[in-house]
Design a protein. Sequence first.
Length: 233
Amino acid sequence: MADAANPAFGAKAEARVQSFVQQVYGWMAVALAVTGIVAYAVANSEPMLLIIFGNIAVFYALIIGELILVVVLVRRIDRMSAPAATASFIAYSVLNGLTLSAVFLAYTQGVIARAFFVAAGLFAVMTVYGFATKSDLTRIGNLLMMALFGFIIASVVNIFLQSEAFYWIITYAGVVLFVGLIAYDTQRIKKLALSGFQDGEGEHKSAIMGALRLYLDFVNLFLLLLRIFGRRR
């Protein structure tokens, strides 16, 4: 058995982590680019806006489609081929771009840019922390996952309550939640890379799943920051 204290073993492990992380962040960047391009294109296309937002059934169908794709990826990715997992992830980023086109209609480009760069800065800081920290974030991660369910439930409840105070509590709590999830998911990705993979296909599918988690963390953080920085048109 290889000795973890052996320099050769350490170099090999570091190379494995670096290679896997590059895949994860590469796919995350691709998905974010696809979402941004689709959202911007739709926001500047009157026919597309009419199709998506002129018929509430179409909009909700897109939302349901997004949820189905996420559930399929999370629950069935082990049974999927690597190309199918990749196609599903890209399809999800396209659907998300269609619905997020509303962002360009609701907020000024200055506000969107500010929220994006702040989200990117927080993401970078928490990513570095997730990789560098010696603390095991598993326990915190479990609490964050429970908080995520609470966040979702509270957001749904407030649709009916329409409480402005509750809205802002949820918003700021959400920022803290997703900042924490970025660090937690980053550490999970590092641990996964260190544990190794059975084959190249397994590594690719794990990279897609890691990219999906970080993509969701980033997009949700960005949307919450938009609320805070936003000035309605």
